[in-house]
Design a protein around this ligand. Structure first.
Ligand SMILES: NC(=O)c1ccc[n+]([C@@H]2O[C@H](COP(=O)([O-])OP(=O)(O)OC[C@H]3O[C@@H](n4cnc5c(N)ncnc54)[C@H](O)[C@@H]3O)[C@@H](O)[C@H]2O)c1
Ligand SMILES: [Zn+2]
Length: 346
């Protein structure tokens, strides 16, 4: 089979590799769609080690990678129960543990086939309804990340939410909040094309490059809330940081009312300043959000599988597997205008 192999930054190659073999409790899955994640791009542009992607030869790894994947079950181990050849499935890559790294047990999303060890529905595999296409299902994994951000700070339908970043993850957080009934969810970014997508999905875009003062914008939208000193604050209950820029955390503290909650989903490249006195006086809660848990994935899976979300719209570009290297070059170019770039195997 053909697989994309990671040799290091800007060094990936589509190569012929041996077919992975399924053991008695495993299933072999033919990959149908694979999403290129920000972590795949970090490996492509800089280094894979910090994002769980090993080079070929590193710790004996074969260099196969990719973790956003949906496919068709093509072979079953003798002891596998409740799964059929031909089932169309989403694979939860955080359950598959390969050398302790993120991805599938053997091979990855950018390989034609992968093996899911100890395969079970509701554990590492989820069966798609017949009317849920692979193009829709390929976004379940990042939606799980956005859903986890929402769930870590227990966003309720009555909450006023501000999301930083309208990339894949910010748009996933937006859709996760909209799916539970939140109204007037604001998403801040400076990328006009991505903010158009926010509007299309039912969020309220704020363009920090041209829309003026965010605090004023939010106070006009939801009305001000006054603290015990009579100072006007925004009504935001929940902040979800999916951008990770240095000025965001100080800004959040300056906007925050009492008891507001902050989810940090973005991966900060360097330490950021946080006004601890502001956290204290507002009695704020700040939570880090890494990956997702089973409940988040079930929520994301159900929303996509039952067409209860517009998140599949984030897929802006498709490339054939034979053009996987080109797909990475495209996805890594910020001027190209892609949001979620997907590789098709059909
Ligand atoms: N916690 C996790 O498990 C997890 C999983 C996947 C991705 N991530 C992280 O989530 C973040 C978002 O991922 P993505 O794929 O959407 O990235 P992305 O780069 O596509 O999107 C980030 C967006 O933030 C915007 N932005 C930058 N500075 C901003 C600012 N000051 N205010 C408002 N917006 C600003 C950018 O214009 C961009 O549109 C990244 O840091 C990524 O590494 C975390
Ligand atoms: Zn991902």
């Amino acid at each position: 089979m053909k697989a994309l192999i990671y040799y290091g930054p800007k060094d990936i190659k589509l190569e012929e590799v041996p077919m992975p073999e399924a053991g008695s409790k495993d299933v072999l899955v033919k990959i149908e769609r694979a999403g290129i994640c920000g972590s795949d791009l970090t490996a492509y542009l800089y280094d894979g080690m910090g994002v769980g992607i090993l080079r070929k030869g590193q710790f004996g790894h074969d260099g196969q990678f990719g973790h956003e994947m949906v496919g068709t079950v093509s072979q079953l181990g003798s002891e596998v129960e409740g799964i059929e050849v031909g089932d169309r499935v989403f694979i939860n890559p955080t359950v598959c543990k390969r050398n302790g790294m993120l991805g599938c047990d053997v091979a990855g999303a950018f390989s034609e086939y992968t093996v899911v060890e100890d395969a079970k529905y509701g554990y590492n595999l989820y069966k798609l309804d017949d009317d849920c296409s692979f193009d829709e299902a390929v976004v379940i994994e990042p939606l799980g990340v956005g859903t986890h951000g929402k769930n870590r700070i227990q966003v309720r339908p009555s909450d006023k939410v501000l999301i930083y970043g309208a990339g894949t993850i910010g748009l996933c957080a937006l859709n996760a909040c909209l799916a539970v009934g939140c109204q007037d969810v604001v998403v801040s970014d400076m990328n006009a094309q991505r903010l158009e997508m926010v509007k299309e999905m039912g969020g309220i875009p704020f363009n920090s490059a041209v829309d003026g003062d965010l605090k004023e914008f939010l106070m006009n939208l939801h009305g001000p809330v006054y603290d015990t000193f009579g100072q006007a604050k925004t009504a935001i209950d929940a902040f979800i940081d999916c951008a990770g820029a240095a000025l965001i955390l100080p800004e959040i503290v300056s906007l925050a009312k009492a008891k507001s909650r902050v989810a940090i989903v973005a991966v900060y490249k360097r330490p950021a300043e946080l006004n601890a006195a502001g956290l204290l006086s507002n009695e704020m809660t700040v939570k880090g959000c890494c990956g997702y848990e089973t409940e988040d994935i079930v929520e994301a899976f159900n929303n996509v599988n039952k067409h209860r979300t517009e998140i599949p719209k984030i897929v802006t570009h498709h490339f054939k597997h034979e053009d996987a290297v080109k797909a990475f070059e495209f996805a890594a170019d910020p001027a190209a205008g892609g949001i979620k770039v997907v590789i098709d195997y059909e």
